[in-house]
Design a protein around this ligand. Sequence first.
Ligand code: SAM
Length: 258
Amino acid sequence: MTNAEFEASGLYDGYSGNAGTLSDSGTSVFDPVLCELSYAWYTKEGDTIIDPFAGGSVRGIVAEKMGRFYTGVELRAEQVEANIIQGSELCDACPKWVQGDSAHIDELLPEDGFDFMFTCPPYADLEVYSDDPADISNMGIDGFLEMYEIILRKTVEKLADDRFAVVVIGDARGKDGFYYNLPGKTVEFMERAGARYYNEAILVTPAGSLPIRAGRQFAASRKLGKIHQNVLTFCKGSPREAAGRLGEVVIPDLEEQE
Ligand SMILES: C[S@@+](CC[C@H](N)C(=O)[O-])C[C@H]1O[C@@H](n2cnc3c(N)ncnc32)[C@H](O)[C@@H]1O
């Protein structure tokens, strides 16, 4: 399904943090096509999914439509409420969204042995989501990295052995103009948590007005504009066992399920 088809399908009902469309939404709305592919590639029907930075409803709703069981933890209560309204309207069984600080995900979620970890964390302070002191997007880079590593480690601990994990992250620059290297830090933290780096893919995002802005910026700073995010895949345990458990790749026809 393309983004346009997804919007037209009625499965998507906007997102509180942007103008409410997918194609012109910048980085705020998770790409439903990437979501569908990731579930088809790295999970099978009946699998459980854990997400420590849930954000909007897309990852939960697509999971339910594909016969997977999603649990997302999200700090902002208003976002969890909006997700539950959308999930209840669009799904037979509403995906599970839990309000809380994922630094305590080990206490927030009683379940262990999840089959897939799938998340899109804040890209440091590129978008600041709230002034909640537990919100890792407003902590400054040192606090962000410290808490980001703790949350990734505790989430990997909740993953069963021989399972995949996908973290979608874009890099961001500090005030001095240098990159934080968030994809590199993610690889470092996930590997330290026991999930080894296995696949890399690039999600190309719409250029929008970037060509116009980037030209001016480049002349003054020699900074290249960026229209991609990194889709980093990890495996906890053996990739062969993990793939063997999944069997053939099945891409379900979501429209048929409607
Ligand atoms: C990148 S955003 C998600 C938006 C995204 N593009 C999506 O997938 O819909 C990351 C989310 O992490 C949440 N967040 C920040 N700190 C958190 C924490 N300590 N525990 C749980 N969620 C947190 C933010 O409120 C935000 O909704």
